[in-house]
Design a protein around this ligand. Structure first.
Ligand SMILES: Cc1cc2nc3c(=O)[nH]c(=O)nc-3n(C[C@H](O)[C@H](O)[C@H](O)COP(=O)(O)OP(=O)(O)OC[C@H]3O[C@@H](n4cnc5c(N)ncnc54)[C@H](O)[C@@H]3O)c2cc1C
Length: 338
């Protein structure tokens, strides 16, 4: 396909992964990423990066949601098996999910059968961490560290003739007449760009500590998690619905530290090396759909939306991007340039 102009709005994990998928599917197209934040300034950078969609993560229906998740896992796992894996920030990781109240908390119908290992924790394993753990699972999944992945994906994209323009898009009108199709991967920014009232922030805060002896992840209750990553261990967390505050909260930090140390006492000696805060772009359902927008200047713009991944954008970026790129193909059908 020659001479097709495609813009991707956004340079978070969803925008970059979409841009790479577009490069694979449209080898001769001109692709431009337009974004006003990059790498460590994005929400993606804040993510712990564990491949673990919530059982509540939802696309338009169960079949499509499963397809997104399955495609995503295979995409990450394929990178994980290559020599590029550590440069891309992708690795395999195993760990535990524990609960003292409900067996359903440690089950995940999306992952059982997909991951190479997902089994019930043994009695001995339930005693690994202090706490009255009654239910548990042990699983092997993948981890994607966006601190490593975003620069890797950016370089890969640029090396394949990708163009990046730092720019804030205030209205779709600015894009008419310039692109054959625009893929909207603006994450939480879509709330304003699309005036989307269904998009709500779920604030999260994580601590980064130096604890190289922690090789296994642990999930407990009250959103408590300990996730080793490239270079540091992530301690979390919190989920504050409709909070827009991007400042660190010392009470959240204290609570996270206390809960994680209660679960893994060796963390008491782990020095703090960083703190990150982000707003998960939550939307029920995640929006991946086509729209022809008639803008203020009366011209039409073909848009494929790909936003609203909530707390699971790193997990599901590849599958949702693949799906979005199929919609791009549908939108371009009948385009005289093809
Ligand atoms: C504490 C925390 C922990 C998390 N842990 C995990 C996890 O373990 N696993 C997981 O899968 N997910 C996790 N997430 C969720 C994950 O971070 C998000 O789902 C994901 O980052 C969303 O990616 P995105 O590319 O849509 O958005 P972003 O990373 O926010 O990127 C949006 C991009 O759009 C651009 N943009 C927005 N508006 C405009 C505009 N008007 N003009 C130009 N550019 C614009 C921005 O500049 C940016 O480049 C976590 C999130 C938080 C906060």
């Amino acid at each position: 396909m020659t001479d097709v102009n495609i813009a991707v709005l956004g340079a978070g994990v969803v925008g970059l992964t979409t841009a790479l998928e577009l490069q694979t599917q449209f080898r001769n197209a001109r692709i431009t990423i337009l974004a006003d934040k990059f790498k460590e300034d994005t929400t993606s950078f804040v993510a712990a990066g564990l491949f673990r969609p919530s059982p509540n993560f939802s696309g338009p229906n169960e079949t499509i949601t499963r397809k997104w998740i399955n495609n995503s896992y295979h995409h990450w796992d394929t990178i994980r098996r290559t020599a590029e894996a550590s440069l891309a920030g992708v690795t395999e990781i195993s760990g535990y999910m524990f609960s003292s109240v409900s067996p359903s908390t440690v089950r995940n119908p999306y992952l059982e059968g997909l991951l190479p290992l997902y089994r019930t924790a043994t009695k001995e394993e339930l005693n690994l961490c202090p706490g009255d753990w009654k239910y548990g699972s042990f699983l092997t999944t993948v981890l994607i560290d966006c601190g490593v992945y975003l620069p890797w994906a950016t370089n890969k994209y640029l090396a394949t003739n990708g163009k990046i323009v730092p720019q804030t898009i205030n209205t779709f009108t600015e894009l008419t007449g310039k692109y054959d199709v625009v893929v909207n991967c603006t994450g939480f920014g879509a709330k304003y760009l699309c005036n989307d009232k269904k998009l709500v922030p779920i604030r999260g805060q994580v601590l980064k500590v130096h604890a190289p002896w922690v090789k296994t992840f642990f999930y407990g209750e009250y959103d408590t998690y300990i996730i080793p990553s490239f270079g540091a261990v992530t301690l979390g967390g919190c989920r504050q619905y409709e909070s827009y505050n991007l400042n660190p909260c010392k009470y959240d930090a204290l609570a996270i530290r206390e809960r994680c140390e209660a679960m893994l006492p060796s963390l008491k000696s782990a020095p703090l090396v960083g703190q990150r805060i982000g707003l998960r772009p939550h939307r029920d359902v995640v929006r991946i759909e086509k729209e022809v927008i008639t803008t203020e200047n009366g011209r039409n713009l073909k848009v494929v939306h790909n936003y609203g991944h909530g707390g699971y954008g790193v997990t599901t970026a590849p599958g949702t991007s693949k799906y979005a790129v199929e919609l791009v193909k549908e939108m371009l059908m009948g385009n005289s340039k093809l």
